[in-house]
Design a protein around this ligand. Sequence first.
Ligand code: HEM
Length: 608
Amino acid sequence: MSPVNDGLVTVLVVGLKVSAVCIVLVVARGVVWFLNMVLIMPLFDPLRKLPGPKASALENHFQDVMDPSRSSNAHEKWQKKFGKTFRFHGFGKHDYRMMSFDFRVVSHVLNSPTYEKPWQTRALLARLIGRGIFSMEGNEHKFQRRLIGPAFTLQSVKSMTPIFLQKAQQMCDQWELLISEPFVDAETVPSDPPPAYAAVATAAEKFKGVTVDVAHWISRASFDVIGLAGFDYNFKALEDESEEVYGAYRRMFDVADKGPRLRGILELYFPIIRTLWPDNGTKVTNESLRIIEKAGNKLVAAKKATVMAETSKQENQQRDILSLLIKANLSNDPSKRLSDAELLDQCSTFLLAGSDSVSLALAWCLHFLSLNPEIQIRLRNELLSIIDTAHSLATEEPCDIAVTPDDKYTLRATPPPTYRSSTHSIHEVWDEIEASPFLDAVIRETLRLCPPVHGTIRVATADDQIPVSHPVALQDGTIVEKGGFISIRKGSYIHIPIEGLNFSTDIWGKDALEFNPDRWTSLPQNARSPAYPGLGNMMTFGMGPHSCLGYRFTINEMKAFLATILPQFVFQPAAKIAKYNSILTRPYVVNKFELGTQLPLVVGRYSS
Ligand code: HEM
């Protein structure tokens, strides 16, 4: 062999040896890390001392914690057995996690800067909606919240009322068409109807109802609402379901709705998998993100140009959330301004936060009303006492909602509803609707009983002592008394059971699991602020610095939709419905889970 070849062989052998040593070192490091995580660290985890359900080495309690079909029983059972604060097991026995129904604990965790959303939650959201306020923490979050907050004041939300009312009516016009040309949308009815469908057939016959997947229709309407209220852009998803951005958004969330699979979890830890080995879900998500980004970029550029032109002319016409954001952004220190890409991420955040959550809440509300006909009738009567005729109900002054400079959105397809007197402006009547006590109570009770966000999670970024207001009996027999503290280690997860707190019998009484809007006319002592620190006396919108910015927006949109829908339509159940939790709590037809989110109801015309 020549000396050159000899040299090459030596280099190759050394290279192989170095590689082998590197691989051994990496594997050894992995094994040490794994053993440390599974065997050593748990021995020193203070959460180990808390009471809680047992688990075998590979068992987890995620379903009992997060699956709404099991969580209410599991939470109730655990509270009875272990008290208000306990631990459960996450990804195996080694993974101790805390859960608490003690407001002192919940409030401490949600208000203290020591606790943040886990990076896994933020990475998942960032993949779908970019780096908007949802995935921010610390000073970046404070800055964005200051910027966005003013777009959600009472006044700003009130100015969006015409949009809510008009989109609600446009949806009713579509339902009216379904009823007048009776046909059953094949896609909304399971191909093999469960007995419940047969049972309602006679009732449907009686009031000439048709089965309508109300979740689907309200989802389209609320997407249009957030388009107009958020960006002054009419997606027209109500008119055309195949609208490009709506379609992209739906397809992307249909993938996410399938729930966390092993691949999804692996992708979170090793995002490179998406590039090296994209599956159909990844391809659909990537394509959807491309469409949304393209449309969003155009929207942000056009909006910026309009706002700049208005600012130079000292005009102030644009009231949508994006315009308010751009205006606030302009007045900021240039070094702190949001870039166009960041503005786009905020748009995606509003699309996610502002459409599905409200539409699901509205769909759940119609579900509860269909199951409780006497409440449905009472609410309709309350609304009819404000609104003159059941069938023609709006203002004579058309609401002028400019959509794009060249596209004036025609607000109504059918004659507008007429409010009690033509001398009333829509805003005057709106004040009456807004102040309707039973409408308010029905909405709050829906949001309490079926909060679209089932729970939230925080991770401790440093060791901490958490104060408790209910005693905790530790495993070694020690009692942490009221006013005492529980130790928690950096990196531990705390689960906040939003739905569980809304269901607590200690707060809401024995009928906590019943749909009883009247409870809101005299709230139990424990459900009143400050004893109950959540927004609007429930945990549905969270609490603390990350609490929901869209609280008022949601209540007002729900009021406008119900006030428009109920005087025109009657609802009856069409199938047995259950809940599943995939990012949000969604309805599905029992035994028809594979059909995805659906809430079929028999919808008939109301005639007095
Ligand atoms: C039924 C409807 C809604 C529910 C149940 C809901 C629930 C929540 C909850 C629980 C949080 C806090 C999450 C946490 O602490 O981990 C939150 C945050 C947020 N919500 Fe909503 N939301 C709803 C509607 C809306 C709407 C309509 C908008 C905007 C148009 C919106 C915008 C936001 C934003 C921007 C945040 C993040 C705030 C921050 O991190 O500072 N939400 N929401």
